[in-house]
Design a protein around this ligand. Structure first.
Ligand code: KG4
Ligand code: ZN
Length: 335
């Protein structure tokens, strides 16, 4: 008989629910909060209130889309961390309510591990062990993935995450929040070699992005608003180039040094067209296998929480009803 898992993601500003049948997503409903746009970043208190308002509606929509009744659900998967404290609490409390009401177990999921395991939603998935470049609004990491629950961070950003850098540069350019996709689209009409923005120089497999943001700030101040508006596509392409170059270079270095032949690219910034293309070319050149999720599974979603949760559900690896969320949960940390 089929088993149904209801997966919940509420760690930041997306309220998402997916229902999986035997580990395969039947739907992927995401409600992205627009209220933060005018503030140029996520306002945590508003995010948790929006989750509270939306989660029932998103759940109803997911059940309807999947053609599954609440009474048929066999387990709940939910993000334990990392994320915003108040936002995580809304998803966790909703999971506890469902667990109590339906008498079903809860599976706890690490949001970052779920981004990596989103690669397994597709039929064609990587073979363990593999290297994964994780690029989101909160993280920039090169991760060695030994199996679905053993992962080691090889390198990470020492300051801003690359998605955060996209968003902060976008804010300086008046492009709203989040700005990654807007910069991606504008950059596709520009020339990345027009302007030079400095790349953060850090050792080994780490990254640094706070310098680019400062350079963009001074660039706008020195050249003036009119110049910026007239050269927006070239500026976006040049900023994007400075943000993406270290990712491609360090990924190549790590693949070579560690001898992996399978490479994954995940997280919100994995939706970036130039990054997808550059990593694809890198893999072709070196004869490596390249894996990247569908666009809908790159940015925050609950199908990836369900995919990660399914591995645990099958092994009856549940959390007690008294579980606590952990806003600072790290890769591979137990809970
Ligand atoms: O994974 P995600 O949805 O949320 C976090 O866990 O952080 O990632 C969101 C980040 C934002 O910074 C957003 O600007 C960025 O991903 N992003 C992009 C693109 N689409 C989303 N960055 C560059 N190009 C894109 N097409
Ligand atoms: Zn995320």
């Amino acid at each position: 008989m089929s088993k149904f898992l209801l997966a919940i993601e509420s760690s930041c500003d997306d309220t998402a629910i997916s229902i999986l049948r035997d580990g395969i997503p039947l739907c992927n409903v995401v409600s992205s909060q627009l209220v933060h746009s005018e503030f140029g970043g996520v306002v945590p208190e508003m995010a948790s209130r929006e989750h509270q308002k939306n989660i029932i509606l998103v759940c109803d929509a997911a059940l309807k889309k999947s053609g599954v009744l609440l009474s048929e659900i066999n387990g709940v998967a939910v993000t334990i961390g990392p994320g915003l404290p108040g936002s995580l609490l809304v998803g966790a409390s909703f999971a506890k309510g469902l667990s109590l009401g339906l008498g079903i177990p809860i599976v706890g999921v690490n949001h970052m591990e779920a981004h990596i395991l989103s690669l397994f939603i597709a039929e064609n998935s990587p073979a363990f062990p593999f290297l994964c470049l994780v690029v989101s609004g909160g993280h920039t990491q090169l991760v060695e993935v030994f199996d679905w629950k053993t992962m080691k961070v090889l390198g990470k950003t020492l300051d801003d995450a690359v998605g955060e850098a996209f968003d902060k540069c976008g804010k300086l350019l008046g492009l709203g929040y989040p700005a990654g996709k807007v910069i991606d689209d504008l950059a596709s009409k520009g020339d990345p070699s027009t302007f030079r923005f400095p790349q953060g120089r850090v050792s080994e497999f780490d990254f640094s992005y706070s310098g680019v943001k400062t350079a963009v700030l001074y660039f706008i101040r020195d050249r003036g608003e009119d110049f910026v508006q007239q050269n927006l596509t070239n500026i976006c392409a040049s900023i994007q180039g400075a943000l993406l170059r270290p990712l491609v270079e360090k990924t190549e270095k790590a693949m070579m040094e560690k001898g992996y032949t399978n490479l994954g690219l995940v997280g919100g910034v994995a939706a970036n067209k130039v990054l997808r293309h550059s990593i694809n070319s890198l893999c072709k050149k070196n004869n490596w296998k390249y894996f990247v999720p569908d666009f809908q599974y790159c940015t925050d979603n609950a199908a990836m929480i369900g995919q990660a949760g399914w591995f645990k559900f099958e092994q009856s690896d549940f959390v007690p009803l008294s579980f606590q969320t952990n806003p600072r949960l790290s890769m591979g940390e137990a809970f």
